[in-house]
Design a protein around this ligand. Structure first.
Ligand code: HXC
Length: 262
């Protein structure tokens, strides 16, 4: 692939591997062109289907996770173009179909579509040089890949409104304080810390991991009562799995569980 590198990382302590997707258009600060988004979607589906992989990381480079959708490409679009090709909906939302956890490991700029892509992941680990923002307003548009909705849910109306209306950038520390990112780490440690977290996830039984992801994501879509009922049904269902038997037996026998994803 031209705009993405994809690799599988193994660890001596882990049965499962971690799928690593690196956005790779460094000269353009990883601007998210339509070609890149097609490749990203293909890479995500490939790793999601790979039985050796237990968790996925999307990252960029030290300077940029992604500085947004490719402005050079968008500059030529008119309404008929974006409407006919179903711009964004067509290629950007593949990530929502991925059932394994996806971590965004963000260093440098995560702006516009880059910030929105990070927010579509299951959680964000940020390097201390990360900068988040939705600067679309300065281009005469608004966020189009969920920024007005997800940023508002993460950090609340006052901060989201201010960020989206001014286009200002937010530091990693501010993003952590407001709940946009789960943790800030030193830039040199971004990949190692993200891998450590990914291997912790990959070491758990896949059925429970997928169910947990589904249940947490449901909380954005339902009332509390419906969400709790959805959780309860998945919780009950997990008692039909081999992994539940093994997980609890291993605890009783004071040994590490060997999950079989069944
Ligand atoms: C295309 C981009 C780009 C982008 C940077 N580049 N961002 N190209 N699309 N989003 C290119 C620059 O043109 C330049 O190319 C090279 O990357 C390096 O960028 P510089 O501006 O020279 O770097 P710097 O001075 O360090 O400034 C970094 C920056 C700035 C603050 C991030 O590049 C910037 O403001 N970029 C645009 C950010 C933005 O507006 N993002 C939102 C896009 S709209 P050359 O060839 O000159 O070296 C969007 C809509 C989402 O995302 C809607 C749904 C997806």
């Amino acid at each position: 692939m031209e705009n993405i590198t994809i690799s599988k990382i193994a660890s001596p302590e882990s049965v499962k591997q971690v799928g690593l997707i690196r956005l790779n258009r460094p000269k353009q600060l990883n601007a998210l062109s339509p070609e890149l988004m097609v490749e990203l979607g293909q890479s995500l589906l490939q790793l999601d289907a790979d039985e050796e992989v237990g968790c996925i990381i999307i990252t960029g480079n030290d300077k940029a996770f992604a500085a947004g959708a490719d402005i050079g490409v968008m500059a030529n679009y008119g309404f008929a173009d974006v409407y006919k090709q179903d711009y964004i909906t067509k290629n950007w939302e593949t990530i929502q179909k991925v059932r394994k956890p996806v971590i965004a490991a963000v260093a440098g700029f995560a702006l516009g579509g880059g910030c929105e892509l990070a927010m579509m992941c299951d959680f964000i680990i940020a390097a201390n040089n990360a900068k988040f923002g939705q600067p679309e307003i300065k281009l005469g548009i608004i966020p189009g890949a969920g920024g007005t909705q997800r940023l508002t849910r993460f950090i609340g109306k006052a901060k989201a409104m201010e960020m989206i209306l001014t286009g200002r950038m937010m530091s990693a520390d501010e993003a952590e304080r407001l709940g946009l990112v789960c943790r800030v780490v030193a830039l040199e440690e971004l990949l190692s810390e993200s891998l450590k977290t990914a291997f912790l996830i990959a070491g758990n039984g896949l059925l429970a991991v997928m169910a947990a992801k589904e249940a947490v994501n449901k909380s954005f879509e339902t009332s509390l009562a419906e969400g709790v009922m959805f959780e309860r049904r998945l919780f009950h269902a997990l008692f039909a799995t081999q992994d539940q038997k093994e997980g609890m037996l291993a605890f009783v026998e004071k040994r590490a569980a060997k999950f079989s994803d069944s």
